[in-house]
Ligand binder design. Structure first.
Ligand SMILES: C[S@@+](CC[C@H](N)C(=O)[O-])C[C@H]1O[C@@H](n2cnc3c(N)ncnc32)[C@H](O)[C@@H]1O
Length: 302
């Protein structure tokens, strides 16, 4: 009851109305006006207001090939591994598996010689079971609230799935080498359970947490990256990420930095009127590389 009352209050409050009005107007603004300095400053204030009122519920929404430039950077980084090497990857907050299979398909197509081992982690048993089954139907889109195939080409669909028209199953050669873990990315025991990794991926779940919780979780995830390994972290409050990156001496990867920032259309499009919205990249900021990088090289001195 209290939740419903709070929801109604939020919808009816003048601030809620003001934000909804802005959201309707913002999408009609021509991009030249939206990108003007004054409008960006206004957008930043508006976004802060939106975040203060946010109901940061966790979502399980995901897409196959969600951020292509990010996949391309993973392909390039893993492409530098020696012939036949083992590559350990942890994918945290993996939801129903679209991200896992997109990464595996990309890396295995480029480097079939590598022994790729994936630790897939999520704190929801329901989505983890779906990820493990790797059978996708249109009903699943209802479960996660997003059209999971919409960013795939027909060729990629054929390459990834065996399909009978009603359900699509990820091909067995892509599903190899995955271990499944029901767990919390913020659990200090994570390192003991899954061990250190060459690549850790944490996409689109820290933004659902309050800043202090997200910061703790991010610090915890950084501990499982091997010396000189990489962390990819998107869908997070940029102040939180930049603070932790700065404190722990992470080196931002500059390759494809702008492309990755723009690479997930739904989060960029929803700024400034949704709390998950991602601000436009601003190269005038002195700290822009640290602020906008989403891939980092870690623990180089360990
Ligand atoms: C919005 S989905 C993102 C899925 C995928 N990473 C992507 O970017 O498409 C967020 C997922 O993170 C999971 N999650 C949220 N908090 C978590 C935590 N503390 N530890 C592990 N998984 C978490 C949720 O259950 C959900 O499946």
């Amino acid at each position: 009851m209290a939740g419903i009352a709070a929801f109604l209050m939020r919808r009816r409050s003048p601030v809620g109305l003001y934000i909804r009005l802005n959201a309707s107007l913002w999408k009609w603004l021509p991009s030249t006006l939206r990108n003007a300095e004054l409008m960006r400053a206004y957008g930043t204030i508006l976004h802060k207001l939106v975040c203060r009122r946010a109901d940061r519920r966790q979502f399980t929404g995901t897409f196959f090939y969600r951020n292509r430039p990010q996949l391309e950077l993973m392909r390039r980084l893993t492409g530098r591994k020696p012939e036949g090497a083992t590559l350990n990857i942890a994918i945290l907050g993996c939801s129903i598996g679209a991200e896992i299979y997109s990464i595996l398909s990309t890396i295995r197509a480029a480097r079939p010689d590598l022994n790729v081992r994936v630790c897939a982690v999520d704190n929801s048993a329901e989505v983890l079971n779906v990820a493990k089954e790797a059978v996708y139907t249109s009903q699943l889109c209802d479960l996660v609230g997003s059209s999971i195939f919409e960013r795939m080409t027909e060729g990629e669909f054929e390459e990834m799935f065996e399909s009978d028209g009603r359900a699509a199953r990820v091909r067995s050669r892509i599903r190899e080498g995955i271990s499944w873990h029901l767990g919390d990315a913020g659990d200090p025991d994570l390192m003991r359970v899954i061990g250190r990794q060459d690549l850790v991926v944490a996409s689109n779940f820290l933004c659902h947490m309050e800043p202090a919780e997200a910061e703790n979780c991010l610090r915890n995830m950084a501990r499982i990256v091997k010396p000189g390994g990489h962390l990819f972290v998107t869908g997070v409050d940029l102040d939180v990420r930049a603070k932790v990156a700065h404190d722990l001496g992470w080196r931002p990867v500059l390759e494809l930095i702008e492309e990755i920032h723009e690479g997930d259309p739904s989060v960029r499009r929803d700024w400034p009127c949704a709390w998950w919205g991602l601000e436009p990249l601003d190269k005038k900021r002195a700290d822009w590389q640290m602020r906008y990088a989403s891939a980092f090289r870690l623990n180089e001195d360990d």
